[in-house]
Each structure stands twice: as C-alpha cells, then as structure tokens.
Write a protein that binds this ligand. Structure first.
Ligand SMILES: *Cc1c(COP(=O)(O)O)cnc(C)c1O
Length: 399
C-alpha cells in the first residue's frame, strides 16, 4: 500500500505540467480584467479599447430600463433568491419571465436555468440514458457535448452541417431512442444550422430535435424570437429549444422552452435545475425588461444588420478571409494560432479589442479572429476596424 501510494501522481503537479505544455504551444489563455465598460468601449489598465468581442448583440447590457428593473427588485426583494427553485427560491419575477419567454418563442412553457451550460447539461442528462443515441454537429458548443457525455448515451458527431452524415448516424441507432442536437447559430463560425432540413430528418427518423439558440435569440426572426422561429419551426418540429439570457439579452442565465410535459419532467429530474440556487429575482426582472425591448425595438436588429453588411462589404473589398456568416459573428479565418494571436496584439496596439480563437476551441489550423458586431456599435467603429485590419499583414484572397 505505502509503496503504491509513494508513486501516486500529485494531481496539482500533473495539472501544472499540462498548463506548461499549453504555454509552450503558445496556447495559454490569459485573463484580462476590464476596469470599466461604456457601451463597446472597455477600459483595461490605462488603455481605452473599442471592443468587437462581446455577445451583447443588441446593445442591451447597459440599457437604463434593465438597470432600473434590477435596482427596483433588488431594493424590494434583496439580492439572492436564497434557495433553489423547488424550495423557496422561485419568485414572481422568475414566473413572469418564464411566461414571457414561452410566449415569445411560441412554446407551451419555459424553464429558467442559472446558465446556458447548466441548461444543456440538464436537458441532455434528463432525457438521455445509456443505450440511447445522441447525434450532434461537430461544431456544437462544448456544453452540448458535455451534456451528452454525462448522460451516458452513445455520442456521434457529424461533420459540420452535413445532413447526409447526420442521417446515417441516426439510422445507425436502430431501435434506440435518439436525439439530434445543434447550435442554431454556431458560436465560432456564425453560420446558421440547416434547421428545416434537420427537422425533416428528425421527423423521418422518429428522433427528437434540440436547438441551442444562444446566438439567435433576440437577433434573428421576426420580433427577434430566434433562428428556429425565423424558419417557422413549431414546437412540434423542435420540441427542445434552449437559449441564453447572457448574449443578445445582455443579462445572464438561460432557459429551455417546449411542451408542458418536457418542462414538468425537467422540474422533476434535471439535476442542474434542482440542486442549485435560483438566479437572483432582480436579474429575472432585468431579463424581462430585455425581452420586452428585444421584441419591440426593431431598430436594434435593423442597425445590427446594416453594420454586418457594412463590415462584410468592406472586408470583401480588402480581400479578408471572411467566413460564410450573415450573423453578428464575423470570424476571419487566419489558420495558425500564432497568426491569430499576432493579429489580436497588433489590433490592440491600435486600440481595438478582438479575440483570437485558438485550439482546442476550434480545430488546429483554423485559428481565427472572432469579430462580433453589436447595435451598440456605430458605422465609424466598423470603418475603424476595417482600416486597422487593412494595415495588418494578413493573407488576402485577391490583392
Ligand atoms: C454561450 C453559449 C452557451 C452557454 O451559455 P451560458 O449562459 O454562457 O452558460 C451555450 N450554448 C451556446 C451555443 C453558447 O454560445
């Protein structure tokens, strides 16, 4: 016993070795502390940077109505919900927000989770079990993959948006229950999943379709109801709809919307719902204000679309390596991690904050700048970004 224990690895030493490898591969992540945010302007140390990295697509994160709702409920109810939803944490503000989200997305009911990560773990772990099949797009968000792994179901990942491969994988499930999960708008590529085709495939294969619309809600579709509604898919066709409150809605948290039987089952069995503190009621009130603004202020989506078009036009003229995205996520594919990192650093010198996305977040050789646009930006901001990109030694498609 004692001999075996003496050779037992120290866990923190082992972790430190993994970190050292990441550093020598030039893939180390570094935290940046933002001292102050003022719309798209961020203060970091003594530098004021124009940011193109946030997911605040509609520019709502600092909206006075959200701030007022947060303050009002915090004054009346305090900060913490004091407990999980099923004990005494479920407040009127949560209930009201859930109703508004269900109505907006055209679903029977909605259920709040503290984060999108937990919502996806909760749905997949609750619905799937060993012996089932989970089929996913290779570029799905990490938490969808983690949820499937936790569930014990067999996980198959099809090449990005490859319908034929998805069909083969579902067909291979035999009599097993099967779920196909996809991002609505892909978080690192910005393109939209072939949702209609996937819905038709799931209908043919008697499989359940789940769409994670973290980057679609608020931005796509009439009244911003998201990419599923944008192509007119009903609750029958997409029974599992998940989206976050932390992106276009400018808050934090997430929800799952769908048939009443799904929501009731999640309340009973979803561990990341049951065993965690409910989000602060003041945050739910702020999110409700955000939902109302996202629905009614169409100009935010119109402005964002115009900025996206302006950026793509300018980047095309410059021959920059744009990807096939029409969303607010406009990556420039640079290839090597060092190239992406050098571009980020050069942009920062020019007062612009743009994140480099490197492996393992994206496959090796597909490092990129992930540029995100927001209704909080102005045309002059986009022009400034284009001018800075023009000055970088990036590979051009045509110049
Ligand atoms: C951000 C994101 C999540 C996680 O949501 P959080 O609320 O930030 O935990 C899930 N899925 C996708 C596609 C995302 O982009």
């Amino acid at each position: 016993m004692a001999v075996a224990a003496a050779t037992r690895p120290d866990l923190i030493d082992r972790l430190a070795a993994q970190t050292a490898v990441r550093e020598s591969d030039q893939l180390l992540r570094r935290l940046r502390t933002i001292e102050h945010a003022d719309g798209p302007w961020l203060q970091i140390g003594d530098q004021r940077l124009l940011s193109f990295c946030s997911n605040d697509y509609l520019g709502l994160a600092q909206h006075p109505q959200l701030v007022a709702a947060l303050k009002r409920v915090a004054s009346d109810e305090g900060v913490g919900s004091t407990s999980a939803h099923l004990i005494c944490g479920h407040r009127a503000e949560h209930a009201e927000l859930e109703e508004a989200l269900a109505l907006w997305t055209g679903r029977d009911r909605a259920l709040l989770f503290s984060t999108g990560y937990m919502a996806n773990l909760g749905v997949l772990q609750t619905l799937l079990a060993k012996g089932d099949m989970c089929v996913q797009d290779k570029l799905n968000h990490a938490c969808l993959l983690d949820g499937a792994r936790l569930s014990g179901a067999a996980l198959k990942r099809y090449p990005h948006a490859d319908l034929a491969a998805a069909a083969r994988q579902l067909a291979s499930a035999g009599d097993a229950a099967a779920l196909l999960a996809t991002d609505g708008v892909f978080s690192m590529d910005g393109d939209v999943a072939p949702l209609r085709e996937l819905a038709a495939l799931c209908r043919r294969e008697h499989s359940t379709l789940m769409v994670d619309d973290a980057h679609g809600l608020g931005v796509s579709g009439e009244h911003g109801a998201g990419s599923v509604l944008a192509v007119g898919l009903s609750q029958h066709e997409v029974p599992l709809l998940m989206a976050t409150l932390g992106k276009a809605l400018g808050c934090s948290g997430a929800f799952v919307a769908g048939p009443a039987a799904l929501i009731e089952g999640l309340i009973q069995f979803a561990r990341p719902y049951i065993y965690t503190t409910a989000m602060p009621p003041a945050l739910a009130a702020a999110a409700l204000a955000a939902v109302q603004l996202a629905q009614s202020e169409t100009w935010r989506r119109d402005k964002l679309s115009a900025l996206i078009a302006r950026f793509r036009r300018g980047a095309t003229e410059l021959g920059l390596p744009l990807m096939a995205s029409t969303s607010a996520i406009q990556p420039l594919l640079l290839g090597q991690a060092e190239t992406a990192l050098a571009a980020t650093q050069a942009l920062q010198v020019q007062g612009l904050l743009v994140s480099a996305i490197r492996p393992p977040t994206v496959p090796a050789g597909q490092s990129r700048l992930r540029i995100t646009l927001s209704a909080a930006h102005e045309e002059a901001h986009v022009d400034r970004l284009l001018a800075a990109l023009e000055s970088l030694p990036l590979s051009r498609t045509d110049s």
